[in-house]
Ligand binder design. Structure first.
Ligand code: UDP
Length: 239
């Protein structure tokens, strides 16, 4: 078998992706299974995998400010939401025979190991999937920033941002039929065109550390493996 193009990746998924297209459930267990199957294909190909999942299907700090919950408190609630999603993903990955470790940026020893970079790297070297929970552990950040930060910390070859669309488009493909997909785009061009790929903090981290971002459709079976094998899937953001 050919060598995968990326040997160590960080997969960033949004919390909302877990609730499915109709958003009827907080966590759609069919979607969880589908994700796990996709991840297994690349683990079997020898790729070291880390995962960061958002919490937007459960709670977003900024959305409750008006309701009297202050931002910092809300953000901590959001970070705890990511731990719930991380635990759900952990279980589904393990159901498919993968070995996982959940590391949390907020200490909660009964459910997760503390976030220790060297430990995370060691787990990856042993072929375990590392799930980073609780974002960065700090309010006013997002899980995109957590994804970028952890990817840099573990020296990942790329951040793979799994979304509902198959890459970055010149315009919103759901509104503009003439929109075309970028196969590759530079950080500077993406910034100049104000293409909102990740929030600015996350984006700046990637750019400054030369960490490629690949935006791709996680719902299309086989995409993740094709991407790992170097096929043109989604959009690559790089220098
Ligand atoms: N959050 C935070 N610090 C972090 C990561 C997340 O405060 O480092 C909080 C923030 O309130 C955020 C929520 O957790 O709204 C859920 O994360 P995010 O919005 O990134 O989830 P996603 O949109 O990817 O589902």
């Amino acid at each position: 078998m050919s060598q995968p193009k990326y040997k160590r990746i960080l997969l960033k998924l949004s919390g909302e992706a877990l609730s499915g297209a109709d958003k009827k459930q907080v966590i759609d267990f069919d979607i969880l299974q589908q994700f796990a199957k996709e991840v297994k294909t690349i683990v079997d190909a020898g790729v070291q995998v880390a995962v960061v999942i958002g919490g937007g299907n459960i709670f977003r700090g900024a959305s409750v400010e008006k309701s009297g919950i202050d931002r910092v408190q809300g953000d901590h609630m959001g970070m705890l939401a990511t731990v719930i999603n991380s635990m759900a993903i952990q279980s589904s990955l393990e159901k498919f025979g993968m070995v996982t470790r959940l590391l949390s940026a907020i200490k909660m020893e009964q459910v997760a190991e503390p976030m220790i970079r060297r430990r995370a790297v060691r787990h990856l070297e042993k072929g375990r999937i590392v799930i980073f929970g609780a974002g960065t552990g700090n309010p006013y950040f997002t899980t995109d920033s957590a994804g970028a930060l952890r990817a840099i910390e573990i020296n990942a070859d790329a951040v793979l941002k799994g979304t509902r669309v198959d890459g970055i488009y010149t315009a919103d493909p759901e509104k503009d039929p003439n929109a075309t997909r970028y196969e590759k785009i530079s950080y500077d061009e993406a910034l100049a065109k104000n293409l909102k790929i990740m929030d600015l903090t996350a984006f700046a981290l990637c750019k400054e550390n030369n960490l490629p971002i690949i935006v791709f459709d996680m719902n299309k079976p086989g995409n993740l493996l094709r991407l790992i094998n170097g096929e043109s899937v989604g959009t690559l953001v790089t220098n």
